[in-house]
Design a protein around this ligand. Structure first.
Ligand SMILES: NC(=O)c1ccc[n+]([C@@H]2O[C@H](COP(=O)([O-])OP(=O)(O)OC[C@H]3O[C@@H](n4cnc5c(N)ncnc54)[C@H](O)[C@@H]3O)[C@@H](O)[C@H]2O)c1
Length: 251
């Protein structure tokens, strides 16, 4: 897979899946811009990994414009965007407040819309690119304890397809795909396991064994897919939903 010298922006890059993406992309020679709402952690990690860092709340539309201007000034182009930042509030249909609903929609759905729109403006100038939108298996099956999250991830799934077809019709050379992980071992899932199952993965005697027993994947399982979608090896894959769940949604 070649992402060498590609200029890639990864949002929500200071933790979990975003951080795994950054590590893999940097190792393969990409020029990575990390963004996150967590300025301190993001800046420290970027310095450690040899990436750039930009502070960003993905729900802030104006900041998307500033970030793209900054990337254009520094690199002259954008080849890849990973819309990865996210939150996962635990609440079913009877317990989801309007505030939780709106925040979840803002951070997932609004942000993915803003990010795709901003990236397309820059990518079409430089001859194309690849956008990867982080969805979830929640978009495919609906998870009762994650009502707003399931709805937002479902929206990301169909938005991705509409964007892919638009860019193809316009012959921009921009691909847009969604990735649908099952449970992956990140702080987000560790918290869910504690809340919903009273399981502490990190405190287990043999965390690896417990992880496998619970069917929880590793961040690199997703980073491999993201890197593939950003590379030219996936050049004929567009508007697709790439499931990374070891068959959870099939059985
Ligand atoms: N871990 C899983 O099992 C799993 C499964 C399916 C989908 N996902 C999706 O993958 C993405 C990453 O999840 P993760 O497990 O790495 O979570 P995580 O909590 O480890 O990391 C999320 C990152 O997003 C950042 N963030 C949160 N709100 C933000 C905002 N408004 N603006 C910018 N950054 C913000 C956080 O600071 C954090 O660094 C999310 O979109 C999540 O929904 C995760």
């Amino acid at each position: 897979m070649s992402v060498k010298d590609c200029v890639v922006l990864v949002t929500g890059a200071a933790s979990g899946l975003g951080l795994a993406d950054v590590r893999m992309l940097v190792a393969q020679g990409a020029r990575v811009i990390m963004s996150d709402i967590d300025q301190e952690r993001g800046a420290a990690l970027a310095q450690e990994l040899g990436a750039d860092f930009l502070h960003q709340d993905v729900a802030d539309e104006q900041r998307w414009g500033e970030i793209m201007n900054d990337i254009q000034a520094r690199f002259g182009r954008l080849d890849g965007l990973v819309n990865n930042a996210g939150i996962a509030p635990i609440a079913d249909i009877e317990n989801t407040t309007t505030a939780t609903w709106r925040t979840t929609m803002a951070i997932h759905l609004d942000a993915t819309f803003f990010g795709c729109q901003a990236a397309i403006r820059l990518m079409k100038e430089s001859g194309g690119g690849s956008i990867v939108n982080m969805s979830s298996t929640a978009a495919l099956v609906g998870i009762p304890d994650y009502l707003a999250y399931s709805a937002a991830k479902g929206g990301i799934r169909s938005m991705t397809k509409a964007i892919a077809i638009h860019c193809r019709r316009q012959r921009y050379g921009i691909r847009c795909n969604s990735v649908h992980p099952g449970s992956i071992n990140t702080p987000m899932v560790q918290e869910a396991l504690r809340e919903l199952m009273d399981v502490d993965l990190n405190a287990a005697e043999d965390p690896e064994r417990l992880r496998r027993k619970l069917g929880v994947g590793e961040p690199d399982d997703v980073a491999n897919m993201v890197t593939f979608l950003l590379s030219d090896q996936s050049k004929h894959i567009n508007g697709a939903e790439m499931v990374v769940d070891n068959g959870d949604t099939v059985v």
